[in-house]
Design a protein around this ligand. Structure first.
Ligand code: MN
Length: 317
């Protein structure tokens, strides 16, 4: 589950609209998009919000019914300058990449692929699974220090959990409530799933981070943030700003929420298709190289059709 990002998600020019904010409540509707065989709700990037910490992309996929012959079928495509973080709530996805990794991911497990200077992968339905597919794919922008570096892939079959007042949190990346994920992170950040029962749970936050929520299932209200708001449901990004040392999340029924946060990213980023960069020139070069089958993106060895990169909108005649 991976992009592609288009100008309808964010314009291919930085517009300075993504500055970190003091504590706020900014709820924006996700955009519906088609990725492979699935409809997704794209919460990030938004025209008004390009990054939350280093998090620059969030596609909520499903719940949808898949068969053992057809499901999420995203053919070989490249990435540059980002990490893909795949989290499955229900169902299974088979990941193949140009490093030779072939990894089935199941609920509660984490796939994390670092693109650095170039990698390619495919995300397939594993034969033999039919049922519901539901999850989220996130991208983390890599800092200047690592974004030209070697690609890598990690699978974590188990992740640390912590008890909440009314539920459990699983720490995908970074640290929350004293529990630290073993997954690689190149900047100060957190990604966690909150599996909430009815009641109010209070999370300890880092005031130097900006935060956002993506609701996957159910609905939450935020009693310390806004006294009178409608419950927040799937299909939106809830941006919370910086400067908070705690957050109370209230559910009336079983609810699943992804918490994203981090230090404000070091620079503006540019996104085109499946690439994250800093200049138009490097995104154009990546487009040309992928379409010319340049060796450094490799071949994930999938039987699905390979995607071509669209020519950047700014360089079209
Ligand atoms: Mn991808």
């Amino acid at each position: 589950m991976s992009g592609p990002v288009r100008p309808s998600d964010v314009p291919p020019d930085p517009d300075g609209s993504s500055h970190p904010e003091p504590p706020v409540l900014e709820v924006t509707a996700s955009r519906h998009a088609q990725v492979g065989g699935m409809q997704v709700r794209r919460a990030l990037p938004r025209r008004t919000r390009r990054t939350v910490g280093p998090w620059c992309f969030a596609d909520h996929f499903g719940p949808a019914t898949v068969s053992d012959e057809e499901g999420l079928d995203v053919g070989p495509h490249p990435h540059l300058g980002l990490q893909t973080v795949t989290w499955v709530v229900e169902g299974q996805i088979l990941h193949r990449d140009s490093l030779g990794s072939e990894q089935l991911i199941r609920p509660g497990q984490l796939n994390l692929m670092t693109a650095g200077g170039g990698v390619s992968h495919a995300e397939e339905h594993p034969g033999g699974y039919a049922g519901t597919l539901h999850g989220i794919q996130l991208w983390v922008a890599q800092p200047e220090r690592t974004r030209h570096g070697a690609p890598a892939f990690e699978h974590h079959a188990t992740l640390p959990r912590l008890d909440l007042d009314h539920g459990t949190a699983t720490v995908l990346v970074g640290e929350l409530g004293g529990q630290t994920s073993p997954a690689r992170h190149d900047t100060a950040q957190v990604g966690a799933e909150l599996d909430l029962r009815a009641g109010t749970s209070t999370l300890a936050l880092d005031p130097s981070f900006e935060y956002a929520l993506v609701v996957l299932d159910g609905a939450v209200t935020l009693p310390g943030v806004a006294e009178h708001t409608d419950p927040i449901e799937p299909g939106s990004l809830t941006y919370l700003g910086m400067g908070r040392d705690e957050l109370a999340v209230q559910a009336a029924a079983p609810t699943r929420v992804v918490l994203l946060g981090g230090e404000p990213f070091e620079s503006e980023i540019l996104m085109w298709w499946n690439f994250v960069g800093r200049t138009h020139e490097e995104l154009e070069a990546a487009t040309t190289e992928w379409n010319a089958h340049a060796e450094h993106f490799g071949d994930p060895g999938s039987s699905l059709p390979r995607s071509s990169a669209p020519i950047p909108s700014w360089s079209r005649p």
